[in-house]
Design a protein around this ligand. Structure first.
Ligand code: BGC
Length: 495
């Protein structure tokens, strides 16, 4: 069954007839949805898969995850891939983004032992996507580090760089004849701050003031080394593109007339997006504003050298320019207020000297208290990326709105959020001149939403986690999104 209506022709925009609901997206725009291995696959120890840090973290219990839920079964995609494919086809997607489970392919994280069953699973997925005209976009690593590598220090250890490179090369060699769009690491910001600084996500390391900086340092190097491997060993033959999925809020000053708040908003961008994007897209080094702020705070705290590690000159050369396009995950915006750090206790969030304030007038997605819905923030963020990072080609590799469980299939409100977002994207493309080539909804399916477990539903398809068959049923948003995909644009009457 296809959810898409017959396609209608939409007019091209011109200043006089500008109507976002009557304007096509650019030709060959990529329409996608995204998922991640741990959040959907289940089969946590099936067919020789090794444990990942998320298996360990959830199995330890301790109420760190809602109701101590786990991804042991999740959406069952390891055995129900055909059902996922049906959803993808119903939406008419041109692209599907998913991640490989590192420890399903390499159970201890190293190429010493390759799990052929894991290779077979992803081969099937990739082949069937291509057979259905859907372009696979593959994330090498989306939070689920093999536990064996975490035992060796995980992202805090410099040894991870070579391990990641070996894994990346293995994936390029194994799947790169068919996969042409690669993302190395998903959201290093989230992983570094929540996994290694605050310890609220796996692997649950709490090292305030150093954990995020140290782990991010190795993630940036690992990404860059893998990009070079692709560039030198595979690009000529395979002809693909490699980037990294960076998440970012958009930041506005709390008081637009306060220079201190304006600076605080800039610092929020520096400590969130630019932390990774400046070295990778510009000059191989951290943003100046971040370096000077952290070293000033450290001085006040009596710490002789900055807690932010430094790249050597050779590393800067190696890191600079290691992305073939810009992959952005956007969910929300924040207002930022200057806040002096008088803390003796080091912490990355205090280093920023900026406090996040949510505007009470912004609606909040019912399934995620942090997700203030600010579609125009995305437009500003896209323009910021265009202006700051030399007008790159951009793909929005994640964007979405959660509902809380139980979630109605008629999610009219949520579709309104999507529509407003798509309108802002059109303005970014046609008014601001942003080179946006694709949009991916997070997520194809309701899935294991990390510490929120299954109570936060981001799917275009509802999954009944109580039913062992794990049936997938489209929300209204799926039906409407299929129309957008089919028409390559919003359509006026969608009833
Ligand atoms: C992550 C996803 C997550 C989504 C919603 C992103 O940070 O990449 O794994 O489910 O946001 O929270």
């Amino acid at each position: 069954m296809s959810l898409a209506p017959t396609s209608i022709v939409l007019s091209s925009p011109s200043p006089s007839n500008w109507d976002p609901e009557n304007v096509s997206f650019p030709e060959e725009f990529a329409w996608g949805a995204s998922t991640a291995a741990y959040q959907i696959e289940g089969g946590w120890d099936a067919d020789g898969k090794g444990p990942s840090v998320w298996d360990t973290f959830t199995h330890q219990g301790g109420d760190r995850v809602f109701k101590n839920q786990t991804g042991d079964v999740a959406c069952g995609s390891y055995t129900l891939w055909e059902e996922d494919l049906k959803c993808i086809k119903q939406l008419g997607l041109t692209h599907y983004r998913f991640s490989l489970s590192w420890s399903r392919l390499l159970p201890d994280g190293t190429t010493g032992f390759i799990n052929q069953k894991g290779v077979d699973y992803y081969d099937t997925a990739i082949d069937s996507l291509l057979a259905n005209g859907v372009t696979p976009v593959v994330t090498l690593y989306h939070f689920d580090l093999p536990q064996h590598l975490e035992h060796q220090g995980g992202w805090r250890s410099g040894a991870i760089v070579a391990a990641f490179d070996a894994y990346a090369q293995f994936c390029f060699r194994t799947f790169g004849d068919r996969v042409k769009l690669w993302l190395t690491i998903n959201e290093p910001y989230v992983l570094a701050t929540l996994g290694y600084e605050e310890g609220v996500m796996a692997p649950g390391i709490k090292e305030l003031g150093t954990g995020a900086y140290q782990s991010a340092h190795n993630m940036i190097k690992a990404h860059a080394v893998a990009w070079h491997s692709y560039n030198q060993l595979f690009r000529k033959k395979q002809g693909g593109l490699v980037s990294i999925a960076l998440n970012s809020d958009w930041a506005e000053p709390f008081d637009p007339n306060s220079p201190a708040d304006q600076e605080a908003a800039k610092r929020h961008m520096a400590f969130c997006l630019d932390w990774f994007a400046t070295p990778i897209f510009l000059d191989g080094d951290y943003p100046a504003i971040m370096k000077s702020k952290i070293s000033a705070v450290c001085k006040r705290q009596g710490i002789p050298s900055s807690r932010l590690p430094e790249f050597t000159d050779a590393e800067k050369m190696m890191i600079k320019g290691t992305a073939d396009f810009f992959a952005l995950n956007y969910y929300t915006s924040r207002k930022m207020k200057h806040q002096e750090n008088t803390n003796a206790q080091p912490s990355m969030s205090a280093d920023k000297e900026a406090e996040e304030v949510t505007d009470p007038s912004w609606p909040v997605a019912s399934g995620s208290s942090w997700l203030a819905v600010v579609p125009w923030g995305l437009r500003r963020l896209l323009k910021y990326i265009k202006d700051t990072y030399n007008h790159p080609i951009i793909y929005i590799t994640e964007n979405g709105f959660s509902q809380s469980d139980p979630a109605p299939l008629d999610d009219t409100q949520r579709w309104e959020y999507f529509k407003l977002t798509l309108q802002e994207i059109l303005k970014a493309i046609y008014i601001d001149g942003v080179q946006l080539k694709g949009y991916f909804v997070w997520s194809l399916l309701d899935n294991f939403e990390w510490t929120c477990g299954y109570r936060s539903r981001f799917g275009l398809f509802h999954v009944d986690f109580e039913n062992p068959a794990l049936p997938r049923v489209p929300y209204k948003s799926a039906i409407e999104y299929a129309k957008v995909v089919a028409n390559n644009g919003l359509v006026k009457s969608q009833e």
